[in-house]
Write a protein that binds this ligand. Structure first.
Ligand code: NAG
Ligand code: NAG
Ligand code: NAG
Length: 981
């Protein structure tokens, strides 16, 4: 009995003790977690369940994982947390896993905070705002196997303690601000499987050969690390290496022959270096190789300091891969090869005949080399080929019938080779093909009617060949066809009437062929056609009046044909940038709008046209009107009157609806915040928000032109409405807008005022009559912008941006610099527009705390954005660099003409291969060549892939000004037409 009693007492005691311990332990860990939370700002309240008052035990709190009763893992990834590193977490006695990645942790890391993390194995602090040196304490954590600090602002050298991690397997320091060199002592970390150091501003240095000692290494990323010199052959010892990225350095010499021993290699990236010599034959032994890229996109690495120093600029040419010799035949025997990119090298010889037979080859880009021979017939036998890009080589003979088996092929670019013979019939109609580019070869024969099967064809670009025969009427069934360019061939016969079914057609260029018959009628489906060039054919008959009803046609060239009859008055409806009807057999009078000097060249060489005048058709006066012309004028008049009446009826109906829907019953509820002295009221602005006044539509809203009663003109941006209704959104919107409103600078568009009403917000800006730089440069008037004007625009825009970055407190990051956000006033002075609006807009849409959306526009986004997802001044500098390249080249940042590359890559590769003069806009007069080249260099510097290599906007202004110190400021509209000779 006594024993039993003792047993009970013991059990009860044990139970109590356990319970006490349990509660005590948990409380203690719970307190530590609450300590950690207390130091952090948690704007989205994701940690609201971390609360001592809740009954729930800490193990069930967000992001907390326990093993038994003790916290072993804390995962707070991407919760929007702000503040210093929460050191309390390290005091959790059993914490093995800690991730705070994708937050706003903004302190430095101290040794004392980290030291207690005694059993930590996994630490992920990537994508935060950590600063300062890398702490030695990290390397002393005895169990640490995984350390990711990528995407922070750690600076200084990699400390020697980092050579002493006892168990580290993955070490990632990508995209920080680390300096000095990649240290050899990393070669002591023999437990390493992943070493990722890419994108740090290291000084120019070599790859330590000791890295070859890391026998277990599987991933080695050293992209953008300022590396120079030869690749050490010792890297070939890494037999477990699957992923090697050495891209974006200035590595020189050959690819080491020892790379043939990288028997596990899956991916080898060597692009954008200065490699020479041939691809080692041993590459044929790499049986696991999936991706191989030794192409040359981009001039990279630091440019010499004084970039205006002529001869040294030439030396920039050494920063480019120039692999020579053949493509190793063995490579074709790899069973895993998927992507091969070797464009822009000096490779020669022919392709291995069995390339594509043994592996699921998907992408082959060998453009811009010196390759010869024929395209292998079996290239699609792997059944996966989607992209075949072989432009600018010397491939010859005809396309093999085997290409008709390329059922997955989507993009074909074979321009500028020496290919000849007929294109196999089945090749025209591949089911997934959307881009077929065969320009500049010697192909002959016809376009096969089998093209009807190519249901995805969008761009057929076959100019400059010797194609013959007629255009098959089956082409009318290509419902996605956007561009058909077949100029400079010998196509004959009439245009099939089925072409009028092409609803997506945007560009039809068949100039310089032998096409006869009449122009198609009944073409109202061509609502997207913007360019029609049928010049230099044998077209006869009349010009169909329907042409004048095509809503977006802006380029019309029917010159050098046999067209007769009168010029339909409907053509006056078109807003044409290019208009050429010269050298035909047109007769009668000119429609009045065309009887102007500006159109003189459009009608030359039509002897019957307004015959009674000499050369230039007269400004109309009674006598020269023909009967039919007066008749049609009368028709026009009557219809105009009708349209006017209907218009008035419609307008009053719309207006009533508009007032009902869009305006509050009490207009005074609109709040107007003005930043300048205004001479108009908000009602006046509101009255102008009519669909007829829309001058632009952007991601953030519509822009209206408002002509006010006092004669002033305003541009009104109406932000898309939002569902987010919250006083704090309104307040921060107002605050933000007020900041923008305070800016006064000659190169920044003035924000006059802002009107808001519930969820509708209007921003009222000064109106810029010449529209945007993008619109002007890439429209057909691009050639009117002479170099001096473009130079002035660059300087103006740079000054505006520099003001936002360096003279505003706090600095304003534009976030969306692009040519369409640079506006031109009546005198072509450039002003920056839409600054900060990206931010304001986002606020309106998602609420004040959300700042993480994609910022910027395609083609302008800095490459590091992919790693850091943050924008700052340097991202603006990059985007501005793209604008400079646009000014110099006249090309779009993403231009189908440039193929794979964006403008930055294209320019860099052209400059390094062929020299500056090959990228300069042919519309510019080369007498300014020297100056243009200097500005181009500034553009290239701004678009350096490493943010730290980019100059500040202040420096950019200085450099641009130095380009032509003598050029007087203030030269204006006169320059627009300047064409030096
Ligand atoms: C970190 O961010 C917070 C909130 O934005 C700020 O108050 C604090 O000053 C920042 N700390 C450092 C060291 O930058
Ligand atoms: C990080 O470094 C970049 C580039 O030098 C700088 O623009 C940014 O302000 C820095 N951020 C912090 C939080 O220190
Ligand atoms: C290389 O990988 C294999 C297979 O995963 C593994 O067995 C071997 O231990 C690794 N070699 C080294 C040196 O780590």
């Amino acid at each position: 009995m006594a024993d039993f009693g003792v047993a009970i007492v013991v059990v009860v005691w044990l139970h109590l003790c356990f319970c006490f311990c349990f509660c005590f332990c948990l409380n203690h860990e719970g307190d530590l977690l609450l300590d950690a939370k207390a130091g952090l700002e948690d704007p989205s309240h994701t940690l609201s369940d971390w609360d001592a008052a809740t009954d729930a035990i800490a193990c069930s709190w967000t992001g907390v994982t326990c093993s038994g009763d003790t916290v072993t893992a804390v995962d707070l990834t991407n919760l929007g947390l702000t503040g210093p590193f929460p050191a309390a977490l390290c005091r959790l006695p059993n914490l093995a896993f800690l991730s705070l990645s994708f937050n706003y942790i903004n302190s430095s890391l101290s040794d004392s905070a980290l030291a207690p993390c005694a059993v930590l194995t996994h630490l992920d602090l990537s994508q935060n705002l950590l600063v300062g040196r890398l702490p030695d304490a990290l390397a002393a954590l005895p169990y640490l196997t995984y350390l990711d600090l990528s995407g922070n602002n750690f600076s200084g050298p990699i400390p020697p303690s980092f050579g002493r991690f006892p168990r580290i397997q993955a070490l990632s320091l990508v995209a920080n601000l680390l300096t000095d060199n990649i240290p050899a002592f990393l070669g002591h970390l023999t437990t390493l499987r992943q070493l990722n150091l890419s994108y740090n501003p290291f000084a120019a240095g070599r790859i330590p050969p000791a890295l070859g000692d890391l026998a277990s290494l599987e991933v080695l990323w050293l992209a953008g690390c300022g590396l120079v010199g030869k690749i050490p052959p010792s890297l070939g010892l890494l037999s477990n290496l699957t992923d090697l990225d050495l891209s974006g350095n200035a590595l020189s010499g050959c690819i080491p022959a020892t790379f043939a021993n990288l028997s596990s290699a899956v991916q080898i990236e060597l692009y954008n270096n200065s490699l020479r010599g041939s691809i080692p034959l041993g590459f044929g032994k790499l049986r696991s190789l999936v991706r191989f890229d030794a192409s040359m996109n981009k001039l990279d690495g630091p440019l010499p300091d004084d970039i205006f120093d002529g001869p040294r600029l030439e030396s920039a040419h050494i920063y480019s891969n120039r692999l020579s010799g053949g493509i190793p035949a063995g490579i074709a025997r790899s069973t895993s090869l998927v992507e091969v990119r070797l464009f822009a090298n000096r490779l020669s010889g022919s392709l291995p005949p069995d390339l594509g037979t043994n592996s699921p080859l998907t992408l082959l880009d060998l453009s811009d080399n010196l390759l010869t021979g024929s395209i292998p017939a079996s290239i699609c036998d792997g059944g996966a080929l989607e992209q075949l890009l072989l432009m600018n080589n010397m491939f010859s003979s005809s396309l093999p019938d085997g290409l008709c088996r390329c059922q997955k092929l989507a993009r074909v670019r074979l321009s500028n080779n020496r290919l000849s013979g007929e294109v196999p019939a089945g090749f025209w109609g591949l089911p997934h093909l959307w881009l077929l580019e065969l320009r500049g070869n010697s192909f002959s024969g016809g376009i096969s009617p089998l093209i009807a099967r190519g249901a995805n064809l969008s761009d057929i670009l076959i100019d400059d060949n010797q194609f013959t025969g007629s255009i098959p009427s089956e082409m009318g069934s290509l419902s996605k066809l956007y561009e058909f360019s077949a100029s400079n061939n010998r196509l004959s016969g009439p245009l099939p009437s089925s072409l009028r079914n092409l609803r997506e057609l945007g560009k039809l260029d068949l100039h310089h062929n032998l096409i006869s018959g009449e122009l198609p009628r009944d073409i109202h489906s061509w609502s997207k056609l913007s360019e029609l060039n049928l010049a230099d054919n044998a077209l006869a008959g009349c010009i169909p009046p329907e042409l004048g009803e095509l809503p977006v046609l802006n380029y019309l060239d029917l010159s050098r044909n046999l067209l007769s009859g009168e010029i339909p008055i409907q053509l006056q409806n078109l807003k044409l940038n290019e208009f050429n009807l010269s050298n035909n057999r047109l007769s009668g009078a000119l429609p009045p709008l065309f009887a102007r000097e500006a159109y003189r060249n459009s009608f030359l060489g039509n002897p019957e046209l307004c015959k009674d005048s000499s050369g230039l058709c007269p400004v109309p006066h009674g006598r020269s009107y023909s009967h039919s012309f007066i008749w049609s004028l009368r028709c026009v008049f009557v219809s105009a009157a009708l349209i006017f009446l209907v218009g008035i009826a419609w307008f009053s109906w719309r207006y009533r609806i508009y007032m009902k829907e869009n305006l509050p019953s009490d207009e005074s509820k609109w709040t107007l915040t003005s930043f300048h002295k205004l001479r108009f009221s908000e009602h006046e602005i509101l009255n102008c928000l009519d669909e007829d006044n829309v001058i632009g539509i952007g991601g953030s809203g519509k822009v209206y032109k408002a002509i006010l009663s006092n004669g002033q003109i305003a541009a009104v941006k109406k932000l898309w409405g939002s569902s987010y209704k919250d006083q704090s959104t309104d307040d921060s919107f107002e605050a933000e807008v007020a900041t923008l409103g305070k800016i006064r600078h000659k190169n920044v568009v003035k924000l006059w005022c802002c009107c808001s009403h519930r969820d509708c917000k209007l921003l009222v800006y000064e109106y810029m009559p010449n529209g945007s730089l993008g619109g002007l440069l890439h429209g057909s008037k691009g050639g009117m912008l002479g170099w001096p004007t473009r130079y002035k625009i660059a300087v103006d825009a740079a000054e505006g941006l520099s003001y936002l970055h360096h003279y505003c407190v706090p600095p304003i990051v534009h976030r969306d610099v692009k040519s369409s956000n640079i506006l031109l006033d009546g005198e072509y002075r450039a002003k920056i527009a839409d600054f900060g609006v990206a931010k304001v807009t986002e606020m309106v849409e998602k609420g004040p705390k959300s700042m993480s959306g994609i910022a910027g526009s395609c083609g302008y986004i800095a490459p590091e954005y992919a790693y850091t997802l943050r924008v700052n001044e340097t991202s603006d500098v990059y985007s501005f660099g793209v604008v400079i390249l646009e000014l110099v080249t006249g090309k779009l940042p993403i231009d189908p003409e440039l193929g794979e590359k964006d403008l930055v890559k294209w320019v860099s590769s052209m400059v390094s291969h062929k020299g500056m003069e090959h990228v300069i806009d042919p519309k510019l007069n080369l007498c300014h060549k020297e100056e243009i080249s200097k500005v181009l260099s500034v553009g290239l510097l701004c678009t350096s892939s490493l943010p730290t290599n980019r100059p500040s906007m202040k420096k950019v202004v200085k450099m641009l000004r130095e380009v032509n110190a003598e050029r007087k400021q203030g030269e204006t509209a006169v320059l627009l037409l300047e064409r030096c000779s």
